[in-house]
Design a protein. Structure first.
Length: 658
């Protein structure tokens, strides 16, 4: 049996930190690699040793096999753990690690290769007796009429899917056959960029299935077991939002069918290590979706209900050890739910956001685990996925787990970038979710959760706390004039006025401070009875309408972060006398975020119609299609393929027809 002494994690962020945590517990030395934007990242600072890869993009760093292997050599690593994403399902990388004489903490390169192709996986599933949906392979070079005929055979609605990879990359939903040829081209291009394999196929789309997956483990001694199932049905852009174990409200016969299919498929390919077999469940029918030959983002919910450490088991298997239990000895209890905290704006189509985290402080809710890749001061860059952390709650039952998770999300102090937190809380507390009425159509059926934000009451409390602490600070900064009114008005009878930006809206606060901490306050014209019982630099104890609460306030330049146990609100104070700024360059659509131009689909002189794609960008591992805001003529294309562009940069000048 091989003994791993130094383990290099060929990844970044929270997964690297997760693997390092287990390594410390079992006495293994840890090694990190990092790209230039990650030089001060927590995973780099936590490792025993770290090696710079150079570059900024993933292609220049984490995806460069030669650089990663050289780093392993330099630190004396005897094993490599790929994490998930990046090179984790790259059979050539796994083989290169083995050829270098290192231990690969993962399945065999052969298993990765055969299961990494969704088309080949379907064939293997057929031999193992696992049901699959019908599919047809197509290529961007096929004549449009051939692609249309294939789509007609599959039937609508359908999905264009990348054969390699996952996470919704290279995937398009098609409801109109006329859109199919362009979708095939776009999906193949995205798949090639993301996975180095542009193979795509068409597959019939189930309208309202559940996404249920089974965790499997196999060792080098021929043992294969399952660790029950997870439900990952709630998704955005085919990427998981909420994951839970066990799957709620699932028929026992379906569970057994899932377990048998997953174990049979893993045994068919001689699977070694941790893997996940994903299924679509439609009523009592089960269809194979794919097999992920790696550790999953959502593995903690399985760990919580089973009381196991999947990373420790991965290491044990990689060292040649036998699974320490048989199937009949694996038990599960309670319920675990995980959500992914992202820097993104759900109301804007989950557009990624970026910037510096002013705060990152978990609330410390009992039975809640936070696996984070960031800390206060971390930079959320445009180069990588904007996931900040996974938050996992374990409860005696599903209702308790959901309540604990929502409480932790509300109580976390995270500021500096726009988050999907309110959306997550709204989802966890939605009646349909609590009734276990979940499917892949959840967000389409309940779009109101996308616009979730702080309640009017919480916004009012936040604004009052912000002005109370601001006044306290001004008094402290100028004690000689403590008798004078706060703010810029010099008459005590006149209310002060402050305007805050809260999300995409503005809130006007008018206030006057009286004796004994009493405040005469109107927020958006609504009067509030307020008393500041105590105020200091970090916050205020407020009494609003007879209810006491402690409110924490932190200020970063013009941004004010206000936190309570009921939630957090970020405010931006507007200047009292704003200067007149020059108008932005006009005449065409702009880049929503910094990124790279990967396609230009129009030229000067072209007539375009409303909604027509002009430019395609890639940023934060996503494609962004820049479209015409109306019928127009292209005056000038200002970018080329490969250009790096800034947020709000004009990409194409348009001229109105007529």
């Amino acid at each position: 049996m091989t003994r791993i002494r130094t383990l290099l994690v060929a990844n970044r962020g929270e997964i690297a930190r997760r693997v390092f945590r287990t390594c410390r517990e079992v006495g293994i030395r840890t090694a990190a690699v990092y790209a230039e934007p990650d030089r001060l990242a927590p995973h780099v600072l936590e490792a025993d040793v770290a090696v710079p890869l150079g570059g900024a993009t993933a292609a220049e760093s984490y995806l460069d096999v030669s650089l990663v292997l050289d780093a392993a050599r330099r630190v004396g690593a005897d094993a490599v753990h790929p994490g998930y994403g990046f090179l984790s399902e790259n059979a050539a990388f796994a083989q290169a690690v083995v050829d270098a004489g290192l231990v690969w903490v993962g399945p065999t390169p052969a298993s990765i290769e055969v299961m990494g192709s969704k088309l080949e996986a379907k064939q293997i599933a057929g031999r193992a007796g696992v049901p699959t949906l019908p599919s047809v392979e197509v290529t961007p070079d096929d004549p449009p009429e051939s692609i249309l005929a294939a789509g007609s055979d599959v039937g609508l609605p359908l999905l264009v899917k990348a054969s390699a990879g996952g996470g919704g990359k290279g995937m398009r939903r098609i409801d109109d056959l006329d859109a199919l040829p362009e979708a095939v081209v776009g999906a193949a291009r995205e798949a090639e960029a993301s996975f180095g394999d542009g193979t795509v196929f068409l597959e019939r789309l189930l309208e309202r299935p559940r996404h249920v997956e089974v965790q499997v483990l196999g060792d080098t001694h021929g043992n294969v077991v399952h660790l029950f199932e997870r439900d990952c049905s709630i998704q955005r852009r085919h990427q998981k939002v909420v994951e839970e174990a066990p799957a709620p409200d699932l028929d026992d016969e379906v569970r057994v069918a899932l377990y048998e299919a997953a174990v049979n498929l893993a045994a068919e390919v001689g699977y070694v290590g941790a893997g996940t077999v994903e299924f679509l469940v439609d009523g009592d029918e089960v269809f194979l979706l794919e097999m992920n030959t790696r550790l999953q983002v959502e593995h903690p919910v399985t760990e919580e209900i089973c009381g196991l450490d999947l990373v420790a088991l991965q290491i044990r298997i990689a060292e040649g050890g036998e699974l320490p239990f048989a199937q009949e000895h694996v038990t599960a209890e309670g319920h675990a739910i995980e959500v992914r905290l992202y820097a993104e704006d759900p109301a804007a189509g989950f557009l990624p956001t970026f910037g510096t985290l002013d705060e990152f402080e978990p609330a410390g809710t009992p039975s809640v685990r936070v696996d984070a890749g960031v800390e206060a001061g971390s930079e959320v860059s445009t180069f990588y996925d904007p996931m900040l952390a996974k938050i996992i709650a374990f409860g005696a039952d599903r209702t308790e787990a959901a309540a604990l998770l929502a409480r932790e999300l509300r109580g976390m102090r995270v500021s500096g970038v726009r988050l999907n937190r309110d959306f997550l809380v709204a989802t966890l507390e939605h009646p349909a979710f609590l009734d276990a009425d979940v499917s892949t159509a959840f967000l389409d059926e309940h779009p109101e959760v996308l616009d979730a934000g702080p309640s009017e009451e919480l916004r009012a409390v936040a604004c009052v706390a912000a002005v109370a602490v601001a006044q306290h600070r001004r008094r402290g900064d100028d004690p000689h004039w403590s008798f004078a009114p706060s703010g810029w008005r010099n008459l005590p009878t006149q209310r002060q006025r402050t305007t805050f930006a809260v999300g995409d809206s503005e809130v006007v606060v008018e206030y006057a401070v009286g004796a004994d901490g009493r405040m005469d306050v109107a927020v958006e014209g609504v009067e509030h009875e307020v008393r500041a019982l105590s105020v200091d630099e970090s916050g205020v104890r407020l009494e609003v309408a007879g209810v006491h609460r402690v409110v924490l306030v932190s200020t970063h330049a013009d941004r004010v972060s206000v936190s309570t146990t009921d939630g957090q609100v970020e405010l931006t104070e507007r200047p009292r006398f704003p200067s007149v700024s020059a108008e932005l360059a006009a005449g065409g659509p702009t880049a929503p975020v910094p990124g790279t131009v990967i396609a230009v689909e129009v030229g000067a002189g072209d007539a375009v119609v409303d909604g027509q794609t002009l430019v395609v960008m890639e940023a934060m591992k996503m494609e962004h299609r820049i479209v015409a805001p109306g019928d127009a003529v292209v005056g000038e294309v200002l970018v080329s393929v490969g250009d790096q562009v800034d947020a709000n940069q004009v990409l194409v000048h348009l001229e109105t027809e007529g």
